[in-house]
Design a protein around this ligand. Structure first.
Ligand code: 2AM
Ligand code: CA
Ligand code: CA
Ligand code: CA
Length: 262
């Protein structure tokens, strides 16, 4: 095994151990009272659990991969994100689906990704309440609880389910209501991580949303590994460190959606 591979394998094992404690910590914190604040709007929430999880992940990553840089949703919020992609960059979403976490105590994820020189390399999505750990290493496969995922089956749009962000759908930007009409059905889970998992396991043919770097960082590793289309809605390449309106879909769904977009 070459040196870089060995180093990544050690990092990967340590991160998987960290996720075990992270799940236990999150479940414990959930049982106690926690406070909820708003950020940019009434629906944009952050809790003390989001902050505690991010802090814990940062502390562990400094030990696991000391020379890396770390970007986290809650600590980076309101700060300029360093533009350079050189070296190891970890991207943290400490609770994805904070609204679900607060209102439902379910349907939320913890996400983490490693980008090396801009390349999506390691991705982790923990569906906390189902205790399902999704893990992907570029060119080494995508897994759920160590069971390998295969590329989702290609279906015509008329037979597949799609998931479109509420604001994009209501405003009908890009003619997305037509996409919802042409598909077999519409689903909305309220957590980018949970929505992306459904695309990776073939339960959704497409997911379309306005996403920040930490919403997509982990999912992008899986999407690339599983041969899915992952691009901006107007077909441009995604930039790792900016917000984009993103389409993640099987090739066939992506092509048919492309014909409908305006
Ligand atoms: P979050 O819970 O980590 O903020 C549904 O709201 C999905 O969109 C969630 O994955 C949520 O991630 C993400 N999201 C991104 N920007 C958001 C915003 N400004 N307000 C609410 N959710 C946002
Ligand atoms: Ca948030
Ligand atoms: Ca998120
Ligand atoms: Ca979050």
């Amino acid at each position: 095994m070459i040196a870089d591979e060995k180093q990544l394998q050690e990092i990967d094992s340590a991160v998987q151990v960290m996720f075990g404690s992270l799940r236990e910590r999150t479940l414990t914190l959930m049982q106690k009272p926690f406070s909820v604040d708003t950020k940019t709007s009434q629906n944009d929430l952050v809790t003390t659990v989001d902050k505690a999880n991010e802090q814990f992940i940062r502390e562990q990553l400094i030990k696991i991969d000391p020379h890396s840089r770390i970007i986290g949703e809650e600590e980076s919020y309101g700060h300029q994100i360093a533009p350079s992609l050189v070296g190891h960059i970890w991207i943290i979403d400490p609770i994805d689906g904070t609204m679900n976490f607060v209102r439902q105590r379910n349907h939320f994820a913890i996400m983490l990704a490693l980008y090396i020189d801009g390349q999506a390399t390691l991705g982790y999505i923990l569906d906390v309440m189902n205790d399902d750990m999704y893990h992907c290493w570029r060119h080494h496969g995508a897994f759920v609880n160590r069971q390998q995922l295969s590329a989702p089956v290609e279906l015509p749009l008329s037979q597949g389910l799609v998931d479109i962000n509420r604001y994009l759908l209501l405003s009908n930007v890009h003619n997305l209501q037509d996409v919802a009409r042409q598909a077999a059905g519409l689903r909305m889970y309220g957590s980018a991580g949970i929505e992306l998992i459904h695309v990776f396991t073939g339960q959704l043919s497409a997911y379309i949303s306005r996403l920040k770097p930490w919403d997509l960082a982990a999912g992008r590793v899986f999407a690339e590994e599983l041969g899915l289309d992952v691009k901006t809605i107007d077909g441009r390449q995604l930039s790792v460190l900016s917000s984009n309106t993103v389409l993640v879909a099987t090739k066939q769904a992506s092509q048919e959606i492309g014909w409908l977009l305006k």
